[in-house]
Write a protein that binds this ligand. Structure first.
Ligand SMILES: [Zn+2]
Ligand SMILES: [Zn+2]
Length: 557
């Protein structure tokens, strides 16, 4: 029995998240549900990342306070998470008093331990706007790959995290005039001090995916640099360092501590103030992060260094499941301003949440960027969900109803094809489970569909609709085994499509809930002869990708 902390990247709430952000929340939910069926001890946490300049600017444009803006999106996300059956033990926000207090005391501790220093820095400043320009609001040429349009915090072209002062030809993103440089005092985390520990940590954590490992090793090779902790912003967690009044903690350096503070808050809510210690201060806990590739160094270098620096003995990220990007219809990354992509709220007007859960895990970009197309959306739903999974389950259960008065018929002599099907059922939990534990959620789901496909092949080969007249005993064996497979599929599908799994469970009319089952029991033949099933209903329906695309376009433009 193990103990796990499952974390998902915190959605930045300057709008409703798009599906490229949603997939991290979904992946965390799928993995958590799997762990729970395995009987593991899990806490799953994340929340809304609500500080920083883009939100301040968005609020300014709408003539409201930043908090009003984030209140709106935070509650909208809570509502959407429920609709998609995404369950976190704590989905909180960075404005939570627990988070603010934790961030301040955490950084004061680092300061007292000598890992924070103060320095006069020259920062981009716009004379015309009369303000220091935050990272994302300075644009210029990337000093590493020379691409235009790099932002002060990161170059999207080569993926490097930048310091705004590194940009060549910097311009103010508000008014486009050339930005100048002005001095300001800021506080820095002394990251280079931790080079040895981080090198050792990366060497020990060989399970990181290639993109995370390579990215992190490249950072180390280039040499770690101190990371700015403060900003001249008003909207954020007030900086706790002596003499830093009026400044706030840089949003990236603050949100990344949310994993710990959200766990602390969870304990407070459950009236178990020491709950978080059981997880975070236990070296055997597996701490897993579902993030995008643009977020890697914060999880493999900066967060580990911060946690080590505190000297509190926090468990470090054990795995970062850092996926590539989802691109939209060959038009590149999702962008609201360019109307490219699909957003969490819009998606629900197009199809049922369970269909989205299925399609998104089926295209989860685990090794390379995935291209979302409406054509593929249709194919996943029509030829996989409907024709393979739905069809197998419905054919089996309607046969039980029509030919065996809704009672599971008995098994008699087993042919080699019957034995083969039983073997497949027996091996399924470990086969699918192994893929889950390698964070190949996409392959794991494909393996579940593959199992239903073997069920369909077995049915076509045995033709129980003919057997029922010639050899009722053999037809009974076939239908018994197919019903056993339906039961296994319900359990195996549960992490991916919990509502569908519950619907199958109801059709089977088995006592209890599917979420109370054990994962390994998906490999056992447990449906008893004479057990009476409920009413079979079609689980899915086909969709028309072209029509959906057109409706979607007319609704969003
Ligand atoms: Zn670059
Ligand atoms: Zn300006």
């Amino acid at each position: 029995m193990g103990r796990w902390i499952v974390n998902a990247a915190w959605p930045y709430v300057n709008s409703v998240p798009h599906l490229g952000t949603f997939i991290h929340l979904l992946s965390a939910d799928v993995f958590t549900r799997y762990l729970r069926l395995k009987g593991e001890e899990v806490i799953a946490v994340t929340g809304s990342d609500e500080h920083g300049t883009p939100i301040e600017v968005a609020a300014l444009k709408q003539g409201i306070e930043p908090k009003q803006l984030t209140n709106r999106y935070h509650s909208q996300i809570l509502d959407l998470l429920e609709k998609y059956s995404i369950q976190f033990d704590n989905y909180t926000r960075t404005e939570s008093p627990t988070h603010i207090e934790f961030t301040q005391s955490f950084y004061l501790r680092l300061y007292e331990k000598g890992h924070v220093f103060k320095q006069e820095v020259e920062l981009p400043h716009c004379e015309k706007c009369n303000r220091f320009l935050p990272d994302r609001f300075v644009e210029g040429t990337c000093p590493y790959c020379l691409s235009e349009g790099a932002r002060g915090d990161q170059c999207e072209n080569c993926g490097r995290v930048l310091d705004p002062a590194e940009l060549m030809n910097p311009r103010c993103a508000f008014c486009n005039s050339t930005s100048t440089i002005k001095s300001s005092t800021h506080w820095f985390f002394d990251l280079p001090k931790f080079e040895k520990e981080i090198t050792e940590y990366l060497n020990l954590n060989r399970q990181f995916p290639d993109n995370a490992r390579n990215f992190s090793l490249r950072w180390l090779k280039e040499g770690l640099k101190p990371r700015a902790l403060t900003r001249d912003n008003k909207w954020g967690v007030p900086s706790p360092f002596p003499g830093s009044e009026g400044k706030t903690i840089y949003v990236w350096m603050e949100a990344v501590l949310g994993y710990v503070s959200a766990s602390i808050e969870l304990g407070e809510r459950r009236n178990e103030p020491d709950l978080w210690k059981k997880y975070w201060l236990n070296k055997d806990t597996k701490n897993v992060h579902f993030i995008g590739k643009d977020n890697i160094p914060f999880h493999t270098i900066i967060l580990p260094a911060l946690l080590i620096g505190s000297g509190e003995g926090y468990v470090l990220p054990w795995q970062v499941s850092s996926t590539e990007f989802i691109l939209y219809e060959g038009q590149g990354k999702f962008s609201k301003s360019r109307k490219v992509g699909v957003w969490m709220d819009e998606a629900l007007r197009i199809a049922e949440p369970e269909y989205w859960r299925y399609v998104l895990i089926s295209i989860r970009p685990e090794a390379k960027d995935a291209n979302f197309t409406w054509r593929e959306f249709e194919r996943h739903i029509n030829s996989e969900l409907n024709d393979i999974l739905g069809n197998f389950i419905h054919r089996t259960l309607t046969f039980v109803k029509s030919s065996f008065s809704s009672c599971i018929p008995p098994v008699s002599d087993l042919s080699s094809a019957d034995q083969e099907l039983i073997e497949k059922i027996k091996k399924a939990p470990s086969n699918v489970g192994r893929l889950m534990e390698e964070f190949k959620l996409r392959d794991a789901l494909a393996a579940v569909v593959e199992l239903a496909r073997s069920g369909n092949e077995y049915l076509s080969e045995k033709e129980p609709w003919h057997l029922i007249r010639e050899n009722k005993q053999e037809a009974a064996t076939v239908i018994n085994l197919c019903s056993q497979l339906v039961r296994s599929l319900a359990i195996l599908l549960y992490p991916f499509m919990p509502q569908t799994a519950a619907a199958i469970w109801r059709e089977l009319a088995i006592k209890g809930h599917v979420e109370e089952q054990r994962w390994d029991d998906a490999g056992r033949i447990l449906l008893e002869t004479e057990h009476q099933i409920g009413q079979p209903r079609p689980l899915f329906h086909k969709v028309d990708g072209k029509q959906i695309e057109e409706e979607w376009k007319s609704n969003t433009t």
